[in-house]
Design a protein around this ligand. Structure first.
Ligand SMILES: [Zn+2]
Ligand SMILES: [Zn+2]
Length: 306
């Protein structure tokens, strides 16, 4: 399986347009210790011929252009065989509306995420200009199903992850376990597994099981600490209020990884990193702690093969 990180930042990107925090200032200064990042998306492929995008970021056009594997191979063509959505947050699905150039799209999502994107969304009509322009394939929790139509390719299993409704749907309907999922992507030929858990509010048995079986895990690296935004004077909400499990601290995800048995040689990489997170800075104590725990922080352009 081939894996390419297209974007590694949380919503807003790094630097974020309206943020002048210490990290964003360093990124704008082109300081090598703080590399800019676009909003989270990862491309996966069994053999490099067709690709699946995990999440559709607002920066999808530039992300596709950043990687030759995603370029057309004919006058009208795309090697992107499908897009897979973790939830309905705009930083994860707004990119769908940018793929409106009359090209058939296949999108995998739970029924809750699909309905949240389609219903009452007049902009969605731009993806309904001809029959079959956008084909939804419904992800049922815990059920492994093929990604794409090629035999011997990849499969996907949606893993319920603690999370919340997207901001624009809060108060419109009751939350559901389908609102926020991770994936286990399995290479049907080689049997290798990628766990993709870019938004996780806290521990759960399903999340622990996915990590314990994965050869490569992408994990929610949004915030280092609960009060990161509050301490920096940038907000009033704690990480947990925004459905993100902090990386640091005794109860943080980094400590959780140290306690969790994983396959020999398994890797884990933090992704969806908020611009305020100190582990973005390469010579920070927080980055050193991530390294000491044998985890990495994802960067745009990172490639992993397994
Ligand atoms: Zn996000
Ligand atoms: Zn910032």
């Amino acid at each position: 399986m081939q894996v390419r990180v297209l974007g590694s930042a949380a919503g807003g990107g790094f630097p974020q347009w309206n943020c002048g925090c210490a990290n964003c200032r360093l990124a704008r200064a082109a300081d090598g210790r703080a590399r800019p990042r676009t909003q989270e998306s990862v491309a996966v492929s069994a053999r490099g011929d067709e690709w699946f995008l995990l999440n559709a970021s607002p920066e999808i056009r530039a992300q596709i252009e950043s990687f030759a594997g995603l370029w057309p191979r004919a006058a009208r063509h795309s090697p992107i065989a499908g897009l897979v959505l973790t939830n309905g947050d705009l930083d994860h699905c707004l990119g769908l509306l940018s793929l409106r150039e009359s090209h058939p799209l296949v999108v995998y999502a739970t029924a809750a995420v699909r309905d949240g994107f389609m219903r009452d969304n007049v902009l969605y009509r731009t993806l309904e200009r001809f029959p079959g322009q956008l084909e939804w394939r419904t992800l049922a929790l815990g059920q492994e199903q093929p990604l794409g139509d090629a035999a011997g390719g990849l499969t996907v299993t949606a893993v319920p992850a603690p999370g919340k409704l997207p901001l624009h749907l809060e108060g419109r309907r009751a939350p559901s376990p389908e609102d926020n999922v991770g994936f286990v992507i399995r290479d049907a030929a080689g049997g290798r597994r990628v766990a993709y858990l870019s938004g996780v509010a806290g521990p759960s048995p399903d999340v622990a099981r996915a990590i314990a079986q994965a050869d490569l895990t992408f994990f929610d690296g949004t915030f280092w600490s609960s009060d990161e935004l509050i301490a920096a004077g940038l907000g009033t909400r704690r990480a947990e209020d925004m459905a993100h499990w902090p990386v640091g601290g005794a109860e943080g995800s980094l400590a959780f990884f140290q306690r969790t048995a994983r396959p020999a040689g398994a890797r884990a990489v933090y992704i969806h990193v908020n611009n305020t997170n100190p582990m973005l800075i390469e010579d920070s104590a927080e980055r050193a702690a991530v390294r000491a725990g044998s985890l990495d922080v994802a960067e745009d352009g990172m490639e992993l093969a397994l």
